[in-house]
Ligand binder design. Structure first.
Ligand SMILES: NC(=O)c1ccc[n+]([C@@H]2O[C@H](COP(=O)([O-])OP(=O)(O)OC[C@H]3O[C@@H](n4cnc5c(N)ncnc54)[C@H](OP(=O)(O)O)[C@@H]3O)[C@@H](O)[C@H]2O)c1
Length: 314
């Protein structure tokens, strides 16, 4: 495993992190049960992953609980990242609201600490910007809980360069968590240069485009989970068909490289400028073992991969 410093923080994180969205299960994903989830977490830690990313909204608390239970005995050896700013009134997809107010963040951090069975969260990230709340108020809440020792580093997710600029007027942020993969490259133009200039570490989410880059789907796939609902990403319609055509070309390259499509896709992400870590979403220990073989090499046909995916989704 390779480790990189996250922004200006004192966290040295593995270049592949554990993404705990999928193991949270419903209403987003179908997981493989608690045993498979816990063995995936243990396998990742055994293989050198020291960075685990979760969020309250993943499985409406269940993902945080699983991370807490599975990492309790190794707490001093791993970094736990979670998030704030998405609240739910009912446990269903349509009932999630953005709320980055101070009152809400002060409540949320204590709920997360409890579910994670820990005294401190290593990286606390605002999940999505909330247009109703000023950056000043959100930053005030984050800096207050940092001063109280409840969180170590502060990050944001799904923020634009301008939104990060607003936050930096009030205090330091160490990381941005954006979507980034061969199929989703919209951060390259403004966001990556901003992060490089301001030493904000980039933690890429969905490096496999939530499974599409594994090569296991075809153009006739109809997703029954959140991916079929058109909320995020391109899993339906013509854009999906175009993506599958590119992934089919990656499959051909994967055969000559002796690497899986998933490995080529994660490997590409961690070789990009400004990238600190790719968060690999996994459901079981076999996926963990496969995806962690993405580190420490460069494919011979890397130019061809760049060409295939050069015209990526906006
Ligand atoms: N901040 C945000 O707004 C945000 C948004 C999305 C994600 N994230 C974070 O980023 C993490 C990763 O994103 P993601 O879950 O969308 O992930 P991803 O890594 O792009 O794809 C993960 C999915 O691909 C499948 N998969 C993974 N490895 C595989 C392998 N070797 N072979 C076959 N299938 C494999 C699994 O689903 P199946 O087994 O069901 O096929 C897995 O759930 C999340 O867990 C979360 O921590 C953050």
């Amino acid at each position: 495993m390779e480790y990189r410093k996250l922004g200006n923080s004192d966290l040295e994180v593995s270049v592949v992190g554990f993404g705990a969205w999928g193991i949270g299960g419903a209403p987003f994903w179908k997981n493989e049960g608690d045993e498979a989830s816990k063995s995936a977490i243990a396998k990742a830690a055994d293989l050198g992953v020291n960075f685990f990313d979760t969020a309250p909204v993943y499985g409406f608390g269940r993902s945080e609980e699983l991370i807490g239970e599975a990492l309790k005995s190794r707490r001093d050896k791993v970094f736990i990242a979670t998030k704030c700013g998405l609240r739910w009134k009912k446990e269903r997809l349509g009932a999630i609201d953005k709320d980055c107010s101070k009152k809400s963040i002060l409540e949320e951090v204590d709920l997360s600490l409890k579910r994670l069975q820990t005294d401190v969260i290593d990286l606390y990230q605002v999940h999505w910007p909330d247009n109703k709340t000023q950056a000043e108020e959100t930053m005030e809440a984050l800096l207050e809980i940092q001063q109280k020792g409840k969180v170590r580093a502060i990050g944001v997710s799904n923020y634009s360069a301008a939104q990060m600029g607003d936050c930096l007027k009030f205090g330091r942020i160490d990381s941005l968590q954006p979507e980034y993969s061969l199929l989703q490259r919209k951060i390259e133009k403004e966001t990556v240069p901003f992060c490089l200039e301001n030493n904000v570490g980039i933690i890429a989410y969905s490096p496999l485009a939530s499974g599409v880059l594994t090569g296991k789907y075809d153009k006739n796939t109809h997703f029954k989970d959140w991916r079929g609902k058109g909320i995020l990403g391109e899993f339906i319609g013509e854009a999906f068909v175009r993506n599958i055509a590119k992934v089919d070309r990656l499959k051909e390259i994967s055969r000559t490289e002796g690497k899986s499509c998933a490995q080529l896709a994660v490997n590409w992400v961690i070789r990009q400028p400004g990238l600190t870590c790719a968060l690999s979403g996994v459901k079981n220990a076999d996926q963990v073992a496969e995806n962690l073989e993405s580190v420490g090499w460069e494919p011979e046909r890397s130019n061809e991969i760049d060409e295939i995916f050069a015209v990526a989704s906006a």
